[in-house]
Design a protein around this ligand. Structure first.
Ligand code: PMV
Length: 317
């Protein structure tokens, strides 16, 4: 038996603008998905079980319609790397709310890859772990950037730009906490991305300036993170929220949450991810986090306080 866990992610700055080639920064949060793997006597079958999604058995020729199929895809990648065809049973336990923009599918895939590699005695590099999980993400999201599986594998803060790939930022996040609050409004990331791109095409002369501002904001935020300057980072998150409102992905509920967080003493608060619903992300000093969370709890169905997880995927003992 082997067990591994991997952290959730939140986009700190740059969502949407990243689609058009601007940089973005995401952080790993200490809210984790755990996967336990054991071998089965029958070769070639992979049984995957989660409390929310039930149990499903996969093998050659399985159809990709099950929501657990991506986990099988990730496991198959590891079996391929090992040249093995043993049977496996995987049990998923996740603290990460699904479909909330927190990278739950990627964290499950990353943890599954690590647990299966461990059971096979296979030493994988973090690139290999992330790549195997990316294969699962392609099943879930079509053509994802790869930021979720990268953050979940490496932990900490990750700077990303399409033309440059991923880079880990060194910072001491111990004085701060992130607070996430759910708007309770369902949204479709794909639909919002299309809507933003359509607006960008229609109002190119104006929005090009907004995109330029977003790119320069992310560069400034990278500097603030590397200097552990969280007052500056909070201010930049607030400006980033304004830019996201400008491209049309905010709404009354998200604004209510953002303002409540700021009024309760957050250093900054913004939409995180696609917007239109989903979560807001607030930054606060560690000692202020409870107060911010309490203010949000009255108006949000789900509030999470999370420190940054410097550690990415890890084997659990
Ligand atoms: O759906 P989320 O919260 O993981 O974030 C989507 C982020 C976008 O920038 C809007 C889209 C993308 O693919 O980067």
């Amino acid at each position: 038996m082997a067990k591994a866990s991997a952290p959730a992610k939140a986009i700190l700055v740059g969502e949407h603008f990243v689609v058009a080639g601007c940089p973005a920064i995401a952080v790993a949060l200490d809210v984790r998905a755990r996967v336990e793997a054991e071998t089965l006597p029958e070769g070639g079958v992979v049984e995957v079980e989660s409390r929310e999604l039930g149990k499903q058995t996969f093998g050659a020729g399985s159809l990709p319609s099950s929501p657990l199929y991506p986990v099988y895809v990730a496991v198959r990648e590891v079996l391929k790397l090992a040249g093995a065809s043993i049977g496996l049973k995987l049990r998923i336990e996740s603290e990460i709310p699904p479909a909330a923009g927190m990278g739950s599918s990627a964290a499950v895939a990353v943890a599954a890859v690590a647990a299966v590699a461990k059971i096979l005695g296979l030493q994988l590099t973090s690139e290999e772990v992330s790549a195997a999980a990316y294969a699962a993400e392609v099943q879930v999201h079509g053509k994802p950037s790869g930021i979720d599986n990268t953050v979940s594998t490496l932990g900490g803060a990750i700077y990303y730009r399409k033309t440059e790939g991923f880079r880990k930022l060194e910072a001491d996040f111990s004085p701060i906490r992130f607070i996430l609050a759910d708007s309770g409004v369902q949204r479709s990331t794909g639909e919002l991305v299309s809507r933003v791109l359509a607006l960008k095409a229609r109002r190119a002369d104006i929005l090009n300036h907004v995109y330029e501002a977003a790119a320069s904001l992310v560069e400034t935020a990278r500097g603030a993170i590397e200097r552990d300057d969280y007052a500056a980072l909070g201010e930049l998150m607030n400006i980033n929220h304004g830019l996201l409102s400008a491209i049309g992905v905010s709404n009354a509920k998200l604004e209510e949450l953002v303002y409540a967080a700021r009024q309760a003493g957050a250093l900054g608060a913004k939409i995180t991810g696609a917007g239109g619903g989903g979560m807001i992300l607030a930054l606060a000093w560690r000692e202020d986090a409870e107060r911010v969370a309490r203010a949000l709890a009255g108006i949000s169905p789900r509030v999470i306080i999370a420190p940054v997880s410097q550690e990415g995927v890890r084997i659990e003992h």
